[in-house]
Design a protein around this ligand. Structure first.
Ligand code: SF4
Length: 428
């Protein structure tokens, strides 16, 4: 491997800056404007099988991540991905090209098509070297509705489009936004990113946009970028329904959403999906931060056939599957920080409770860092020395503040009983 100098613990990984994890190197591949071609997806599946463990994660930013790549096979993996056009020109460029796109944009007739705009922003991020100094996790997202968070996930700068209206939001300031014309969106995003860099350069506490908003206020940041603020109604942040199963508007079918159980698929499953999608003459796949692969398809019979294949493969073929409302980090042995098998324990929770979990969000985290989900969940299980602390309506970081822990030191075998108890209490 030639990229050893780039290995960092806690690094937000890319393909050219892989992160070493408990099961080898993580090689993260970013879609372009939220999409992979079917042939690119096939290449990723083959590279995962040949050069990694075969496991592929779909992250909460809609990226695909090969797991278990060895030092010896890393260079060959990158060569295979590069040949398919999946590798950026430099590690700096891949880090800054952090753009999330509404996965239903362009196919759901009820949503605006923001895909071309997202592609234009990617070009700016790649071409303007000043922006390469943005933090690795600094992201921009494009929503095809008036709700700025795509899949319930906030990014540093959010563009929401409702018909022909466009509004810019900043993370940490849901009550203000800035209305802009479509043609002015790129200028607005560039300006806000440059203002952020300026603030971060003068204040070490400003690491992400929400820090800048807390320190200076969103109105001042918009003003510095020469944007005029309008107020926005504040709505309670709720997770939108996951776009799983048959996707339609009335009688019009526009796609299928195939969920990856706890965000993971293995190479054989992905190859089979690609082959069946190719038979159905599909070309592209959109990635959802809710860990769903969206296949645009208009034909009802073809859509149903693809969902049947997904179901046979053990993937999620229904939007009502409770696993779609669960965020689960890799846990042990995939991550060295974890002391529990989070994925196995999450499945045990589903086996024990299944339908009772319907309507609840669940986060199973191998440690307090909480990589899988930033916002609070109805039930958060945080591992500590092989057992779990259970937090209601909070985040893993609250586990360090004992007062927020509803139940402490729950054995993995007892988490079903623990969660069930609170579900029954809230129902009575
Ligand atoms: S949250 Fe999970 S994946 Fe993240 S560092 Fe902790 S154990 Fe590892």
């Amino acid at each position: 491997m030639t990229g050893a100098a780039h290995l960092r613990k806690g690094w937000c990984p890319g393909a050219l800056r892989p992160m070493r994890s408990g099961d080898g190197l993580l090689v993260r591949v970013r879609p372009r404007a939220g999409a992979f071609s079917l042939s690119a997806l096939h290449v990723i599946a083959n590279a995962a099988a040949r050069f990694g463990s075969g496991e592929i994660d779909l992250t909460n930013r809609g990226n695909l991540q090969l797991r278990g790549v060895s030092d010896d096979s890393y260079d060959a993996a990158i060569a295979a991905l590069r040949a398919a056009g999946l590798i950026d020109g430099s590690a700096q460029i891949e880090a800054v090209r952090n753009v999330v796109v509404d996965p239903l944009s362009g196919i759901d007739p009820a949503r605006s098509d923001v895909r071309a705009l997202a592609a234009a922003i990617e070009v700016i991020l790649v071409d303007d070297a000043r922006l390469w100094a943005l933090p690795g996790k600094f992201g921009v997202s494009f929503s095809g509705t008036s709700e700025p968070r795509v899949g319930g996930r906030a990014t540093d700068i959010m563009i929401a489009s409702d018909g022909d209206r466009f509004a810019v939001f900043l993370d940490g300031a849901a009550d203000v936004s800035c209305a802009v014309s479509e043609s002015d969106v790129p200028t607005a995003v560039r300006g806000l990113a440059l203002v952020f860099l300026d603030l971060a350069a003068n204040d070490p506490s400003v690491r992400r946009m929400r820090n800048a908003v807390a320190a200076r206020g969103a109105a001042a940041i918009f003003a510095a970028a020469e944007l005029r603020v309008t107020s926005s109604p504040v709505e309670a942040a709720i997770d939108p329904p996951p776009p799983g199963g048959l996707l339609s508007s009335g009688e019009h079918v526009f796609g299928v959403g195939i969920g990856l159980p706890f965000g993971r698929i293995v190479a054989d499953q992905l190859v089979r999906l690609c082959e069946d999608a190719a038979t159905a003459k599909l070309n592209n796949v959109f990635t959802s931060p809710q860990r769903i692969l969206i296949f645009p398809v208009n034909d009802r019979a073809r859509a149903k056939a693809l969902l049947e294949v997904a179901d046979d493969l053990g993937l999620i073929a229904s939007g009502r599957d409770v696993r779609l409302a669960m965020d689960v980090c890799p846990g042990s042995p995939g991550c060295k920080n974890a002391t529990t098998d989070t994925r196995g324990d999450a499945q045990r929770l589903v086996d024990a409770l299944n339908g009772s979990l319907s309507g609840y969000t669940v986060h199973v985290s191998g440690c307090e860092k909480g990589c899988a989900r930033r916002s609070s969940a109805d039930f958060t299980l945080v591992a500590r020395e092989g057992r779990y602390d259970l937090i209601r309506n909070g985040t893993p970081q609250l586990a360090g503040l004992g007062a927020f822990v509803a139940l402490a030191e729950v054995e993995p075998g007892d988490i079903g009983n623990a969660v069930s108890r609170f579900i029954m209490e809230s129902a009575s």
